[in-house]
Design a binder for this molecule. Sequence first.
Ligand code: SF4
Length: 460
Amino acid sequence: MAISVFDIFKVGIGPSSSHTVGPMRAAGMFVGALAQVDPSALTRVKVELFGSLGATGHGHGSEPAVMLGLEGAAPETVDTDRLPVRAREIAELRELVLATRPARPIRFDPAHDLVLHRNRRLTGRTNAMTFTAFSREPRGELVLLQRTYRSIGGGFVLADGDEGVRVVPDPTPVPFPFRSAADLLTLSHDHRLAIPRLSWNNEQALGRGTRDDLLHLWRVMDACIAAGCATSGVLPGGLHVRRRAQRLADDLAARDAAGTAPDPLAAIDWLMVWALAVNEQNAAGGRVVTAPTNGAAGIVPAVLKYVTRYVRDDDSTVVDFLLTAGAVGAIYQQTASISGAEVGCQGEVGVACSMAAAALCQVLGGTPAQVLNAAEIGLEHHLGLTCDPVGGLVQIPCIERNAVAAVQAVTAARLALGGDGVQAVSLDQVIRTMMQTGADMSVKYKETARGGLAVNIVEC
Ligand code: SF4
């Protein structure tokens, strides 16, 4: 059983993998399940969001994601400009076109049929969504179908009955199955294969994508960086957060062009700008690649951009980088959590930093032990990091936090490269620590906007 690199990196939409991508997918799954009922009997659909989805779904774009998902939109292909326009139309018309076969216009008033339970959680499920389809009978409404789904981060969705499963495993046999960092290190040692080579062998068995598909992911990441560096203005949501990437990129480009006073830290400045650019695009609901989540989507692309600008710019390097980051991400996805709603921001920004650090260490020539050491350092210094988005928006502290974590990823890779890979703390141990810390963390620090910065910053 294995997780593909294409499960970790997915083209999607901002601002949140768990609150936007996951709900859109869940809505699509529910529409698929409606094939079991007589479509002509269907008169109404109701959607309820619980836990962190209910608490911060409004700021995270969950409502338009659900509505467009019911209409058949997919995170990979939805027109990000059209999405908010169509969501407004649905609200005004109080009707959507359910993507059943055949498609069916149906009454849907978001004010009544899309309920965000700000203080309710379903037992055992952090980010739950319940979809109910009704028919109208002479004596009232009858439930035709009800399904509950859980968004577990990174756009992954589990159906009801999958509780206790961290991810839906792919049963396809792979030549080098691994769940932990210890497994990965042993396989690498025994077969004398670098981590990206092991990972690539597994990918070929899984058949989820080609080398070109990996390069396409990088092109989408790079386009997101370029778009963020070319866009100014204020981010949506009411916090009035001004975009910074464009101005900073212009300043840096001017300094580079002048070449008068070379700055030894210019590469670090660029690294931060690239991370800001991605996360500003994400906050604006733009096209991004989950890496492994949307909230933490800036770190891996920024570090890979740093590689292509300052280390080596060729396809093999890009592929090795993504395969290594994906292999580390798969360990987290199989044995831990990448959801801020489950374990706080350590599970999002901390994990992304860990993945980017490992990947950078790999393409800088690190041994497998050094690569996993880099991953460990990348997470260790994010332990305990809470998720406290101001106003429930993926803006403060998320955008800046990505820039800082991208720098930490470079630091972690270089620290690991300076060592021999022998670790006082293993990656598996630090992952266990993250999970224990997340379990002890008050729910107010887990993407509910009820603690930390979220209650100390006045929204205006
Ligand atoms: S604080 Fe971290 S985990 Fe929470 S929404 Fe922001 S990036 Fe995601």
